[in-house]
Design a protein around this ligand. Structure first.
Ligand code: HEC
Length: 267
């Protein structure tokens, strides 16, 4: 059975609209019957008729009311200072509505509490929260994959830098040294850069590589978010001056001003 939480927003809206329309139709019918009955009575009175029409018999079927002329038959035999009591029946429309609520409650208990065919509100809530979380995760994953050299940010939170460090140790340390001091590849801790020191430049170098010079392209192996993290990690190494630092290569560059928005948290 499809639960509310599995329905799309449009389906829920549609269901609500249908429900409201149905309630309106029932209400209109009810008012119409009342009006027609009142009109019928007035016409009958004007014509001096007392015989039953289809409408009046339908109406009395709903109410089971005893006509005033026959009230004597249901009069109870007590009389308090002229106040008497009629032993009227419960109106059938009300009685059957009441019975149907009993049936409904039985069905409800079976469906929701005994067989658990449909989840209770609390479970439905939990399911919806989980679905929401999955959607957020999917959105973030999608966003993480949409990072490129134009919108990459220099991130500085400990978690992202830690992730970046792990990627560096696994993939890059072989050529750039454990501390980024440089071996086959250049020293990444100094102020000299071959391909630029803005986070966008570093991202681009890592993504596309410099295959002709032995720096491979990483875009097939690392996710964009990983490249952002490792690029940010590399830039955080500036000035750490590790032992055995490789001689500078490239041009001396001041730390780039346009290094992205530091306030943006990692994804
Ligand atoms: C197989 C060896 C090798 C590996 C592995 C390697 N690199 Fe490189 N990398 C190089 C070489 C060689 C260069 C210099 C390219 C040139 O001369 O243009 C370089 C250059 C770079 C530069 C540009 C430095 C500058 O001065 O502009 C960055 C940034 C960089 N690598 C990051 C990384 C990262 C991040 C990884 C791991 C994901 C990595 N590299 C893995 C060999 C490697």
């Amino acid at each position: 059975m499809e639960t509310l939480s599995e329905m799309s927003q449009e389906q829920v809206v549609l269901l609500s609209v249908v429900g409201v329309l149905l309630a309106l139709v029932v209400l209109t019918l009810f008012v119409l019957i009342q009006l027609l009955y009142a009109l019928n009575m007035r016409l009958a009175k004007q014509a001096g008729e007392e015989e039953e029409t289809m409408l009046s018999s339908f109406y009395s079927g709903l109410t089971d009311a005893v006509p005033i002329a026959k009230e004597d038959s249901i009069l109870l035999d007590h009389n308090y200072d002229g106040i008497k009591e009629l032993d009227n029946h419960l109106p059938p429309w009300w009685k059957y509505l009441f019975y149907s609520t009993i049936v409904f409650s039985l069905v409800y208990v079976l469906v929701y509490h005994i067989y658990g065919i449909s989840p209770l509100q609390a479970n439905e809530y939990v399911a919806e929260v989980e679905k929401g979380k999955a959607e957020v995760a999917a959105y973030q994953a999608k966003n993480a994959n949409s990072i490129d050299e134009n919108n990459v940010k220099l991130v500085s939170d400990a978690k992202s830098l830690e992730l970046g460090k792990t990627i560096f140790s696994t993939n890059c340390a072989a050529c750039h040294g454990k501390a980024g001091e440089g071996t086959v590849g250049p020293n990444l801790t100094d102020d000299y850069w071959l391909h630029g020191n803005k986070v966008n430049d570093v991202f681009k170098t890592i993504k596309y590589g410099v295959p002709a010079k032995g720096m491979i392209s990483w875009q097939a192996k690392l996710k964009p978010i990983d490249i952002q993290n490792v690029a940010s990690y590399i830039l955080s190494l500036r000035g750490t001056n590790p032992p055995n630092g490789k001689a500078p290569q490239g041009d001396k560059m001041e730390p780039a001003a346009a290094t992205g928005d530091k306030k943006v948290a990692s994804l």
